[in-house]
Design a protein around this ligand. Structure first.
Ligand code: ADP
Ligand code: MG
Length: 229
């Protein structure tokens, strides 16, 4: 495998249900992501975008196939090792922010760093830098409920990259925002990804966003297919 491939999915099957009601979502899906590359995943609802991202981010086990992250084949690893790789190598952004409501924006961005073993001082410094970069530093002491939807997503993005992951996986990160806010949040996300050389896969229904990525893929009959944005 070329060493500039950060994420590869090979022959991924994923089905839900049992017996006569099996729903096959991914059927031998293959996908590779290179260092510093950004890819949009554009496909209709229900085709398996979230499933693909969850499998890629080690949040879900595929029924067949191999996920290789940073050169490590993950499928057969014990759960603790998968969890460790997920924490170190994957940043995930959801459509809804999933910030911890009882903590401030700053503490939410510190949290993954504290789990990774950084001191409070180190974590707070990096959290503040990331919040400033996402232009939400002035809201660092506020809890999620006190922030607008766009601010919440900018904090969630800062949290996702707090441990400098290899790969950022974003599942319709601006899908819940009005078009103007979506554009602003996405620009901040894009700048952060480009500046840090992150690799990113972003599921979106927004074609303007998709066109700004290096590549665009869709899901057809359970497989990943390259398309023009
Ligand atoms: P997308 O993100 O493209 O909208 P999903 O990956 O969320 O698609 O879902 C693909 C299909 O799999 C949908 O039909 C959905 O209902 C089904 N599905 C997803 N998760 C589950 C689950 N845990 N159990 C049963 N069906 C599921
Ligand atoms: Mg989805």
């Amino acid at each position: 495998m070329a060493n500039d491939i950060v994420l590869s999915l090979a022959g991924i099957d994923r089905h839900y249900g049992q017996g006569e009601t099996v729903l096959s979502i991914l059927k031998g899906a293959d996908f590779t992501l290179r260092t510093g590359e950004t890819v949009a995943l554009v496909a209709p609802s229900g085709t398996g975008k979230s499933t693909l991202l969850h499998v890629a981010g080690l949040l879900e086990h595929p029924d067949a196939g191999e996920v290789t992250l940073g050169g490590v084949a993950c499928q057969e690893l014990p759960d603790e090792q998968r969890t460790a790789i997920r924490r170190n190598s994957v940043g995930f952004v959801y459509q809804f922010h999933h910030l911890l409501p009882e903590f401030s924006a700053l503490e939410n961005v510190m949290m993954p760093q504290l789990i990774a073993g950084l001191t409070r001082k180190e974590a707070a410094e990096r959290a503040k830098q990331l919040l400033d970069y996402m232009r939400v530093g002035h809201r660092a002491d506020h809890r999620p409920a006190e922030l607008s939807g766009g601010e919440q997503q900018r904090v969630a993005i800062a949290r996702a990259v707090a441990n400098a992951p290899l790969v950022l996986l974003a599942d319709e990160p601006t899908g819940n925002l009005d078009p103007e806010t979506a554009s602003y949040v996405f620009s901040a996300l894009e700048a952060l990804v480009r500046q840090s050389g992150l690799s990113a896969m972003i599921a979106t229904h927004n074609h303007e966003i998709a066109r700004r990525m290096d590549r665009c893929v869709t899901l057809i009959d359970g497989k990943v297919v390259e398309i023009q944005a």
